[in-house]
Design a protein around this ligand. Structure first.
Ligand SMILES: Cc1cc2nc3c(=O)[nH]c(=O)nc-3n(C[C@H](O)[C@H](O)[C@H](O)COP(=O)(O)OP(=O)(O)OC[C@H]3O[C@@H](n4cnc5c(N)ncnc54)[C@H](O)[C@@H]3O)c2cc1C
Length: 378
């Protein structure tokens, strides 16, 4: 019989990390992934993801991201890959914007060294940015970026090195409780395990339909530009990773120049759907125009810079934009570890560890109560 300790459904960011952490603890692990490695139908493609320590969304994320930093560094050593690049980060906006006030709150609550810049100071330090006079910025010295495709592959190779079986191009069609365990069906067979981790990202809804979770899958467009004819001001450290909030409901973010160009995006203004299947994967002229308009407020060169590439990715949002990391309320042996509201990649290494603790030890030292499913039904 195909019997495992843990089956992990979905080998993107959270699932690959969970498979690696469970296998490292000696569990017999099966990972099932619907598409081939490196595919572009989920949330983990596009060659860079911001990591930052002074978490503007809420100070509760700071201990988790600190653990994530340590685990990314460990993963680099374990697999001999380069995953994490520190560029420093600029969190900018009007003084009363969410990004500025939230970054300062996390920095102060956790005693993190930081630096404030006014608009002139921003432009002097980072000449690519041309902020309006009322803009200020907080410098997060530990911020930088991760490579998501390489990070997922590194977790997968670590999982395999510790005996995990990973099946690609084999999506989970259904699951059901099976005594104290669980039975999982794919097009190729039926597998049994003590525990199941559902980390299928934007494709969760049909696998937990009885819960009627209020999740939305948001279409998110990335654009890579080549501004200023390749001028060095767009290279790190002169250009750090950045987040910009104009306090009128618009947020943008971006990276220094990497191999494909200078990548940036508009946050949370995409089309919303009930499930990942409905997302249009082709970017269009309206996407490009919106990116130029929003990002051009902080980086005017982007209004006319040649665009090299665009891509569409998926956010899986909860109503409060925090995560879901909890057991299925109708089936204790199923863990739901995925909807990360567009800011989860940086945490994947730590979420993998916490998920393994929940699956194999039945608990974790981290306070994950803010990520409970019960909050979504109240
Ligand atoms: C454009 C964009 C930019 C982002 N920028 C940042 C950032 O800068 N910093 C940051 O921290 N986060 C960022 N995020 C968010 C982050 O990338 C996501 O939170 C994270 O990748 C989600 O990981 P996941 O494992 O939940 O989903 P995924 O990585 O998408 O993994 C889910 C996997 O499940 C598979 N799957 C689906 N259905 C099934 C099935 N039935 N059976 C088996 N497998 C299945 C999918 O194919 C997929 O591989 C960004 C996201 C996007 C889209």
């Amino acid at each position: 019989m195909n019997r495992y300790d843990v089956i992990v459904a979905g080998l993107g960011a959270m699932g690959s990390a969970t498979a690696a952490q469970c296998a490292m603890r000696g569990a017999r692990v099966l990972g099932l992934e619907r598409w081939l490695p490196g595919h572009g139908h989920g949330s983990s493609h596009g060659d860079s993801r911001i990591i930052r320590e002074m978490y503007f969304e809420h100070p509760m994320y700071v201990p988790l991201v600190q653990r994530a930093y340590a685990l990314w560094e460990e993963l680099e050593e374990q697999t001999g890959t380069e995953l994490l690049t520190i560029t420093g980060g600029l969190m900018a906006g009007p003084a009363d914007s969410e990004i500025v006030t939230g970054t300062l709150r996390s920095a102060r609550e956790h005693g993190l060294p930081h630096e404030m810049l006014d608009a002139r100071g921003i432009n002097k330090r980072f000449p690519a940015f041309q902020p309006l006079d009322h803009i200020v910025g907080v410098v997060d010295p530990r911020a930088g970026y991760l490579d998501p495709e390489v990070g997922n592959a590194a977790h997968q190779s670590l999982a395999r090195a510790h005996g995990a079986e990973l099946h690609f191009d084999e999506g989970v069609l259904s699951w059901a409780p099976d005594g104290d365990g669980v039975k999982v069906t794919t097009a190729r067979g039926t597998y049994h395990a003590d525990q199941l981790c559902l980390s299928v990202g934007a494709y969760l809804a049909p696998l937990v339909s009885s819960l009627k979770l209020p999740l939305t899958v948001e279409r998110q467009v990335l654009a890579w530009f080549e501004p200023d004819a390749g001028h060095a001001r767009w290279n790190a450290p002169d250009c750090p990773i950045w987040c910009y909030d104009n306090a009128a409901g618009h947020m943008t973010y971006g990276f220094p120049r990497l191999a494909r160009g200078v990548k940036m995006a508009v946050m949370h203004e995409g089309e919303r759907h009930a499930d990942g299947e409905a997302v249009r994967e082709a970017p269009d002229d309206a996407d490009l125009a919106l990116t130029r308009e929003r990002c051009g407020e902080f980086l005017p060169a982007i209004r006319s810079a040649p665009v090299r590439e665009m891509a569409v990715c998926r956010f899986t949002n909860t109503p409060d934009l925090h995560f879901v990391l909890d057991h299925h309320p109708e089936c204790e042996q199923v863990l739901i570890a995925s909807p990360c509201s567009g800011h989860g990649y940086k945490f994947a290494s730590a979420i993998g560890e916490v998920s393994a603790e929940l699956l194999l030890d039945g608990g974790t030292a981290f306070d994950i109560s803010p990520f409970a499913l019960s909050r979504l039904s109240s």
